[in-house]
Design a protein around this ligand. Structure first.
Ligand SMILES: *[C@@H]1O[C@H](CO)[C@@H](O)[C@H](O)[C@H]1NC(C)=O
Ligand SMILES: *[C@@H]1O[C@H](CO)[C@@H](O)[C@H](O)[C@H]1NC(C)=O
Ligand SMILES: *[C@@H]1O[C@H](CO)[C@@H](O)[C@H](O)[C@H]1NC(C)=O
Ligand SMILES: *[C@@H]1O[C@H](CO)[C@@H](O)[C@H](O)[C@H]1NC(C)=O
Length: 215
């Protein structure tokens, strides 16, 4: 009895190990994130990681239309999984937090994935980077460099008692620049509006475009 159990457990372990080995990871970047907007004040400006707490950042809008003034803060990465040779269309948006310098002058880097902070009183979720595991519900893709997130169904089409069918992955681009509280800081930052008009009146809808550094 016992040996059967162990044989089964071993088989399960072996097969899950082979599944794991079929999956690899891919990181691309660094790249910049640029805002596109009908509003000329916002259009062309870059996003950068701004301090919002201990080892935490949010995605603030920069004052200028060049990321070069603070290149490390404006440099992002994209971590995707590759399963049996096929790259996932969405992945984690990453910012590398540089910690205290090593004795040789280089810094220790903590790969920090973006997540979204939802609060009960609003449909505006704030962006946050921090050292943690990748949040599988907050993954981004790029369609012609335009950043989106995906969701499988659309509950605005649901009917009572009818299990929804035909759900397919949709690209959603509900990015807004809003004045938000990020930790205890008040920033004009990138936020995600879950659906409908933003509850926060300072929000302005924008597109976010991935830009390869030219040098
Ligand atoms: C890693 O991602 C880049 C950009 O999407 C892609 O060109 C490359 O083929 C990927 N590598 C693998 C092993 O999938
Ligand atoms: C453009 O954006 C700026 C900065 O957020 C804002 O002060 C201004 O009201 C906006 N203009 C329009 C026409 O929406
Ligand atoms: C992102 O990918 C890089 C390169 O594979 C890896 O070193 C890093 O740990 C990954 N980040 C996270 C949060 O998993
Ligand atoms: C990608 O963007 C183009 C142009 O905006 C759009 O026509 C197309 O439907 C998008 N692709 C998907 C899969 O949504």
């Amino acid at each position: 009895m016992k040996s059967t159990f162990f044989a089964g457990a071993l088989a399960a372990l072996t097969s899950s190990a082979s599944v794991v080995s079929a999956q690899t990871y891919n990181q691309t970047g660094p790249f910049f994130l640029q805002v596109k907007s009908d509003n000329a004040t916002l259009n062309g400006r870059y996003l950068y990681a701004c301090h919002s707490g201990a080892a935490q950042e949010t995605l603030c809008i920069g004052k200028v239309d060049t990321p070069a003034t603070n290149r490390a803060s404006a440099s992002f990465f994209w971590n995707t999984t590759v399963y049996e040779g096929e790259q996932s269309p969405v992945g984690a948006l990453i910012w590398n937090l540089a910690l205290a310098q090593n004795p040789d002058g280089t810094s220790m880097v903590v790969s920090s994935p973006m997540t979204l902070d939802y609060t009960p009183g609003t449909n505006v979720a704030t962006t946050r980077f921090g050292p943690s595991e990748i949040d599988r519900s907050v993954q981004v893709g790029f369609n012609n460099s335009v950043m989106y997130m995906t969701w499988w169904n659309d509950d605005s089409t649901f009917l009572p008692g009818q299990y929804p069918t035909g759900g397919s992955s949709r690209e959603i681009t509900n990015w807004n620049l809003c004045w938000v509280l990020a930790g205890s800081y008040y920033y004009n930052a990138l936020a995600w509006v879950t659906s409908g008009a933003p509850h926060n009146p300072t929000c302005e809808a924008v597109s976010v475009v991935k830009v390869e550094p030219s040098a």
